[in-house]
Every structure is written in structure tokens, then in C-alpha cells.
Design a protein around this ligand. Structure first.
Ligand code: PRP
Length: 215
């Protein structure tokens, strides 16, 4: 088995990557180097299983997987939905649970009800577009932001936002609330389509192992 090639994983860096490595530890796969907080290293290897892990910005994970630079990726379903890349979604890892919602001040509820032309600020323009255009059949003006999206309605940039709600405290502290729920979210594992065909046994074995411990 010494010629077995490496299976490469792209992990969305941050909390999700830490949770993912905890899960891998549960099935006996560890990566000592990854725990060194001072290291600027980008790629980590587990020689025993011939796994390589790298950390990337969340939205880049589906890109690495679609192009085959990573065989497998782990990212939030918000990112997977937004990026809409070609890959097989094979496993709900059960953590990173939150909701994609339309949020705003209570007064914006009426605007949503009457299908008015409104402004929607979001880090997720594709999800927002799909929801308003295809599901609600409402024409809206979508404004892309890169973070702190809650500012949108507060400073008068938009009427509502489409954003992730986890505990709801960011909304509460800023006088906003959930107006409509778009979808539940969690961490998902995706697989490159060619990798799945080339190494079905190896990948299926890993999925089975992870499924057992992620419940
Ligand atoms: C996310 C999201 C909300 C917040 C929700 O922001 O965009 O702002 O977390 O969490 P809560 O319901 O528990 O308050 P993130 O921290 O990723 O930063 P960002 O605003 O820069 O996107």
C-alpha cells in the first residue's frame, strides 16, 4: 500500500476546522502539527492514512473540491449553497448548526408581506436571490456586503438582511429580529466527483467511520 496516493482535505478554517479535527481524532486520525497555534504552515499530513489537510477560507473550500485540488472538503451548508460548485455532498456532520434567515426591524415585516420592492443586504447574494426570486417571486435589490451585515438596516443601507443566525444575540443587541427562515444549516462534507469514482472504497470507508462518530 506504500504507493497509495494522498487523499487531500480542504477545511474551512476556524471553528469548523477545529470541530472537524476533533471528529477525525475520534476515528483515530490525528495531526499533531495542526495544534501548533504559532505555526504558519498551511498543509498538515497524516502519514499513516496518507491524508493531507489544508485550511482555507470557507468560500474557497467548494472551489478546491470542484477542481480536484482537494478530494474532500468540509464547509458550512451556507457556503456550499452560495457557491453552488460541482461536488457530491455526502455527509451532514451535525455541528455548526444555525439558520439562514431574513432579518430586520419588526417594521420590515409588512414590506415582506406585501411583496414590495425592497433592498436586501447579504454576504450571500446567491442564496438571497434564489429565495426572493424563485421561492417568493418577489423582485428585490440585492446588495453584497462582506461582514457585519446587521449594519445594513441600522444605517439605512437596506430594509432587511439575509444572514446566519446562531444564538440570535447579534440581532437582539441591535434591535433586529428573524422575519423569515430560509434554511437550517450545518457542516457538510463534499467530495470531488472524479475522486469519488477513482477511490470509491477508500472514501466510502471514511464516510462510514465519520458517520458513526458524528451522531
Ligand atoms: C455571523 C453572522 C451573524 C452572527 C450570528 O457573523 O453573520 O452576524 O455570526 O451569530 P449569533 O446569532 O450567535 O449572534 P460572523 O461572526 O461570522 O462575522 P461577520 O459579521 O463578519 O460575518
Amino acid at each position: 500500500m506504500s504507493e497509495e496516493r494522498y487523499l487531500t482535505f480542504a477545511l474551512a478554517k476556524g471553528r469548523l476546522a477545529n470541530k472537524t479535527m476533533e471528529l477525525f481524532e475520534k476515528i483515530g486520525i490525528t495531526c499533531e502539527e495542526m495544534n501548533d497555534k504559532d505555526s504558519r504552515k498551511l498543509i498538515f499530513v497524516n502519514e499513516e492514512r496518507k491524508f493531507k489537510f489544508f485550511l482555507s477560507k470557507g468560500p474557497d473550500v467548494p472551489t478546491y473540491v470542484e477542481y480536484g485540488a482537494a478530494d474532500i472538503g468540509v464547509a458550512g451548508s451556507d457556503i456550499i449553497m452560495e457557491e453552488n460548485r460541482r461536488a457530491y455532498e455526502v455527509l451532514d456532520l451535525g455541528y455548526g448548526k444555525c439558520r439562514m434567515c431574513v432579518c430586520g426591524p419588526q417594521s420590515a415585516k409588512e414590506l415582506l408581506k406585501h411583496h414590495e420592492m425592497i433592498r436586501v443586504a447579504s454576504k450571500y447574494p446567491n442564496i438571497a436571490k434564489d429565495y426572493f426570486y424563485n421561492k417568493k417571486h418577489q423582485t428585490v435589490d440585492i446588495i453584497k456586503l462582506n461582514g457585519s451585515v446587521e449594519l445594513g438596516p441600522i444605517v439605512g443601507l437596506s430594509d432587511v438582511i439575509v444572514d446566519i443566525v446562531e444564538t440570535g444575540s447579534t440581532l437582539r443587541e441591535n434591535g433586529l429580529e428573524v422575519l423569515e427562515e430560509i434554511a437550517p444549516l450545518s457542516a457538510r462534507m463534499i467530495v470531488n466527483q472524479v475522486s469519488m469514482q477513482m477511490q470509491p472504497e477508500r472514501i466510502k470507508k471514511l464516510i462510514m467511520e465519520l458517520r458513526k462518530v458524528s451522531r
